[in-house]
Design a protein around this ligand. Structure first.
Ligand SMILES: Cc1cc2nc3c(=O)[nH]c(=O)nc-3n(C[C@H](O)[C@H](O)[C@H](O)COP(=O)(O)O)c2cc1C
Ligand SMILES: [Fe+2]
Ligand SMILES: [Fe+2]
Length: 395
């Protein structure tokens, strides 16, 4: 069994993960410096076997080999589709062929996705309701709906006898390495990055899901990306903090600058914030990575955006950053916006339009003509002091 790197999580529960060491981009947006893994799982009962999630297209043969190391694919009675995104459901057409008697198990909202994305015929779909159970003989699967974490059809599967939760993307991290999270240094940094990119926009839904999980006696959390949590308290506590929008006395500074004027204002702001004791994360938008920004937004109490003026508006990278803040919905409470222009201020108005209605108080916005002179520097420092006060006042 070890030849195929199958790991037994409990009697009759197997991790049959595919590691994608070389993947460098996800959703055509998010960089993956550490690759990722597509974790499928097999649960073998006395009478039936279930495959929990599949893998990204292109790895069907590898998954089949891993299944073979445990059981004959024809003995799979259920293919559990916790989530319909192709990184976990893309191998469903292949698996439904080799597991010719299997039914696909999904939520009512998953039925249409299974049909349209994967061509699964109605008669091979078993719809389960929130809280419903399915017995495999000595193993009971309980299904927990977790809508919008992060698609509408998403559910978690829980093996009652072993206390093992399969939450698909929830609690995941994009890491190809490791089997257990306690083997990975900085696991929470990776998990935070994943949360920021994928789950942060759905904090209210995440809170609801965490409430639903409370009565369960969870011993192991086995997500579909990255390592398995055999000491689940660590990741559960982190998710509780992030879902509740708990922030640190920290500011995420994002800026772009063509000729250094906006940059010198951002430097001044950073110096002031740092001297007041605020933790900083600084991203030059021309060089930085969306995943790193998302990670820092998870626990920042404030953001600062530096947006120089280009062609009658804000620099496109600053517009992009403002749009990211709008859609990722970080818990930040305060913001400062800074800009430099040559002949007509226009950037701040556009940034505010892109940000739209947010629960973020703009503590100050400043547009400076050309490079900041002494007076402008003083005003930036004052803004920095005001922002620090706001950040540090929050308990
Ligand atoms: C390609 C380009 C387009 C620009 N378009 C405008 C503009 O439409 N309106 C304006 O007031 N300034 C414009 N500027 C001038 C810059 O806003 C000005 O130089 C500003 O100080 C740049 O700040 P930075 O050094 O932080 O990039 C433009 C500059 C460049 C390089
Ligand atoms: Fe997903
Ligand atoms: Fe995923």
């Amino acid at each position: 069994m070890n030849r195929k790197n199958v790991v037994k999580l409990a009697d009759g529960v197997y991790w049959i993960s595919i590691r994608d060491w070389n993947r460098r981009l996800f959703d055509a947006l998010i960089s993956l410096p550490n690759g990722t893994s597509y974790n499928a799982y097999l649960v073998t009962g006395g009478s039936l076997n279930a495959l929990i999630d599949t893998v990204n297209p292109g790895f069907e043969g590898d998954l089949q080999a891993k299944i073979h190391a445990v059981t004959n694919p024809e003995d799979i009675g259920y293919v559990i589709m916790n989530h319909a995104e192709p990184d976990h459901a893309g191998a469903i057409p292949y698996i439904m062929k080799i597991a010719s008697d299997a039914k696909l198990v999904t939520t009512s909202r998953g039925v249409k996705l299974a049909q349209t994305f994967y061509g699964v015929p109605q008669e091979r779909i078993k719809t389960v309701a929130d809280g419903e159970t399915l017995s495999l003989g000595g193993k009971t699967l309980r299904f927990i709906e977790a809508p919008m974490l992060h698609w509408p059809e998403t559910m978690f599967t829980y093996v009652e006898e072993d206390g093992i939760l399969f939450p698909c993307d929830f609690f995941g991290s994009h890491l190809a390495m490791g089997v257990y999270s306690d083997e990975v240094e900085d696991l929470l940094v990776h998990a935070q990055r994943y949360w920021g990119e994928i789950m942060m926009p759905f904090r209210a839904m995440a809170q609801k899901a965490l409430e639903k999980l409370k009565p369960l006696n969870i011993r192991v959390i086995a997500p579909s990306h990255g390592p398995v949590h055999r000491n689940p308290k660590i990741i559960l506590d982190a998710y509780r903090r992030w879902a509740n929008g708990e922030t640190r006395p920290k500011a995420t500074i994002m800026y772009v600058s063509m000729w250094g004027s906006t940059e010198s204002m951002m430097d001044q702001l950073a110096e002031t914030l740092a001297s007041e004791g605020v933790e900083l994360a600084i991203h030059n938008l021309a060089l930085s990575d969306v995943g790193d920004i998302a990670k820092d937004l998870v626990d920042s109490r404030a953001i600062a955006l530096g947006a120089p003026t280009v062609l009658g508006g804000a620099h496109p990278l600053a517009v992009y950053a403002a749009y990211l803040v709008k859609v990722l919905r970080p818990p930040a409470k305060f913001a400062v916006l800074l800009s430099s222009y040559g002949w007509g201020a226009a950037a701040i108005k556009q940034i505010q339009e892109v940000l739209g209605q947010q629960n973020i108080e703009v503590v100050g916005a400043l547009e400076v003509n050309g490079p900041p002179a002494e007076e402008a520097e003083k005003r930036v420092a004052e803004l920095g002091k005001m922002l620090s006060k706001k950040i540090l006042e929050v308990s």
